[in-house]
Ligand binder design. Structure first.
Ligand code: TRP
Length: 361
């Protein structure tokens, strides 16, 4: 069995550094190492509509934003099939069949769904489409036979639920679907990158994001406003690392090489942390160091975005071609599923012959 990579993002806004360290950076690494047989990355507009059904224009406008972010981080359409979820009708078809294999209480227990229901203030009025999105996500994954899903920690319950669906399907209808596993970020700090205000998550509504598409000036402002250590009032005061957002970002982005490039007084992050804890290093200095590291990483991304922005029809053409290729792959799985579920009537000559005989002796 081959190694098939698949993952996606909801088009509800531009992608930010949380997305980048949580999964985007990893996807590009995998793609460029060539360590896979097929790779699919998609824009989850169907899923975005589950909680934005009343604001379709938002989803529509953000499809191209996410596509531009994908291309600018280095996803390469000649290596990775980039597509739009709603173009693949098979995904809805599969979802329908998987719904039979999942109980209402099982979806209710999904921790990510639980949190999101709370966040969106649905109360007792949970749209069925939103409630069942983990099932639709299982369709996204299995339609392409994905073996590996690079994603953030919040997607773990989704993958677990997908594995359960695969197991029940295979038990009831025979070995057909592939069990996926999640590829989590390798650094702890990348699991849930806090916003610049130190709050648990980057979110548009909190205004605490650094977007991949931000220019250097915008990012400068964000970095300079970052939450650090409220007890570190004087440069000479001992500083705290725990809960200090700038250090969390350094944990997520910094490598030893960056010290050689930008701060040769230290040779690695541990040394810098020790010095900061003792006192004598100002927050602005640390922020400037972080800013240099981020600019080094983001400069090529910004430049590529500028190029792709010049040719929006070209971007849509990439999505159209990707969607066509993805549709072919999903159709193959769909026909296996129909066969396994005994709903492949016209493809089963034996069924027709046998019934003909039964009725006619
Ligand atoms: N749930 C993902 C998000 O919040 C998007 C998504 C939809 C996805 N289907 C997927 C991710 C399948 C990985 C695999 O952005």
């Amino acid at each position: 069995m081959g190694k098939i990579i698949l993952t996606g993002d909801r088009p509800t806004g531009r992608l930010h550094l949380g997305h980048y360290v949580g999964s985007l950076r990893r996807r590009v690494e995998i793609q460029n190492k060539g360590d896979y047989d097929k790779m699919f990355v998609f824009i989850a507009d169907v899923q975005a509509l589950t909680d934005n059904f009343d604001n379709p224009e938002k989803v529509r406008q953000n499809v191209v934003e996410v596509a531009l972010d994908y291309l600018s981080v280095g996803l390469d359409p000649s290596k990775t099939t980039i597509f739009i979820q709603s173009r693949i009708g098979e995904l809805s078809e599969l979802t329908q069949y998987y719904m039979n294999l999942v109980t209402v209480s099982r979806v209710q227990r999904n921790p990510t769904v639980k949190t999101e229901i709370g966040l969106r203030g649905f109360g007792e009025s949970i749209p069925v489409g939103f409630f069942t999105y983990p099932i639709s996500q299982a369709a996204d994954i299995t339609a392409f036979g994905a073996t590996h899903v690079p994603a953030g920690e919040d997607q773990k319950p989704m993958i677990e639920q997908c594995v359960e669906i695969v197991r029940s399907f295979n038990r009831i209808y025979g070995e057909t679907l592939v069990e996926p596993s999640i590829i989590l970020p390798d650094r702890q700090a990348c699991m849930r990158l806090p916003g610049t205000d130190g709050k648990a998550k980057m979110s548009k509504s909190l205004g605490n994001c650094i977007y991949l598409a931000d220019d250097a000036q915008t990012m400068h402002k964000s970095v300079m406003s970052m939450y650090t250590d409220p007890l570190h009032l004087q440069v000479s005061d001992p500083g705290h690392i725990e809960g200090n957002t700038v250090f969390t970002y350094l944990d997520a982005f910094c490598s030893d090489e960056d010290f050689g490039l930008f701060w040769p007084d230290f040779s690695n992050l541990d040394e810098l942390k020790e010095a900061y804890k003792k006192g004598g290093i100002g927050d602005v200095k640390i922020k400037k160091f972080l800013e240099k590291i981020l600019n080094k990483e983001l400069e090529p991304i910004r430049a590529r975005r500028k190029e792709f922005e010049k040719d929006i029809p070209g971007v849509y053409e990439i999505l159209r071609k990707g969607s066509e290729a993805a549709e072919e792959a999903a159709a193959q799985t769909m026909s296996k599923v129909k066969k396994a579920m005994r709903i492949d009537y016209f493809d089963d000559k034996e069924l027709i012959e046998e019934q003909q005989k039964r009725y006619n002796g």
